[in-house]
Design a protein around this ligand. Structure first.
Ligand SMILES: NC(=O)c1ccc[n+]([C@@H]2O[C@H](COP(=O)([O-])OP(=O)(O)OC[C@H]3O[C@@H](n4cnc5c(N)ncnc54)[C@H](OP(=O)(O)O)[C@@H]3O)[C@@H](O)[C@H]2O)c1
Length: 186
């Protein structure tokens, strides 16, 4: 049965991006472009990606995908990618993108079936991860904490979750990042 994992980099004060959706603070940290061996090990276990529209549009802009669809991130690969949006957004030719809107629980049977024996990666943003937590579908939160603060921006996880639902299961150092893993109880 697929597990749902919210895996992301975050600032020390709990933001995924600044107010303009910039990740400059992340790319300024050595190793912040990602791609270490542990990340590739994580990806091996992922069958489906899920993201909100701001995250998807950031990837479109950052990679110039509308002009260069071949730049669809190699680490996304051919995995089905669910994009939650209430709008009509452009597709990326060659990528397996499935647009959805409404409660995540309504899309869950299709997401679960597409993942098969592999896990589901909630790429972001934080509210979408919160929607999975609200629905009792979030199994794990894995955050890579960067040595940066922003003071404001797009929140990591705008929900109240306490120790009754979160259990720290792993702590690891990767260069300048502290990686924390929490099991989430439904
Ligand atoms: N630090 C990192 O490693 C990391 C990781 C992931 C993302 N990010 C960045 O963090 C930022 C996240 O942005 P964000 O907080 O705005 O979150 P987001 O989840 O990427 O986008 C939020 C938008 O998705 C749509 N949406 C979400 N749930 C929906 C649902 N159930 N049904 C229909 N539409 C739904 C809504 O927009 P519409 O309906 O208007 O489309 C909503 O405003 C982005 O800049 C992203 O690039 C950073």
């Amino acid at each position: 049965m697929a597990r749902v994992i919210f895996y992301t980099a975050t600032t020390l004060d709990g933001y995924l991006a600044d107010e303009s959706d910039s990740l400059d603070w992340l790319f300024a940290v050595p190793g912040g472009e990602g791609g270490d061996a542990d990340f590739h090990g994580f990806l091996d276990g992922i069958g489906v990606l899920v993201q909100g529209s701001a995250t998807y549009e950031w990837v479109l802009r950052h990679e110039g995908l509308l002009d260069h669809p071949e730049r669809w991130p190699t680490f996304y690969g051919r995995r089905p990618t669910w994009v939650f949006t209430s709008r009509t957004l452009p597709d990326v030719p060659g990528a397996d993108i499935r647009f959805a809107s409404g409660p995540v629980s309504a899309a869950w049977p299709q997401i679960r079936d597409a993942a098969g024996d592999l896990d589901v990666w909630v790429v972001g943003g934080g509210d979408l991860a919160g929607q999975f937590a609200d629905a009792g579908l979030l199994d794990e939160i894995r955050v890579s904490v960067a040595p940066a603060t922003l003071g404001a921006g797009k929140p990591l996880l705008p929900r109240r979750l306490g120790a009754d639902r979160l259990t720290l299961t792993d702590v690891r150092r990767s260069g300048q990042f502290a990686e924390l893993t929490y099991a989430v109880r439904a």
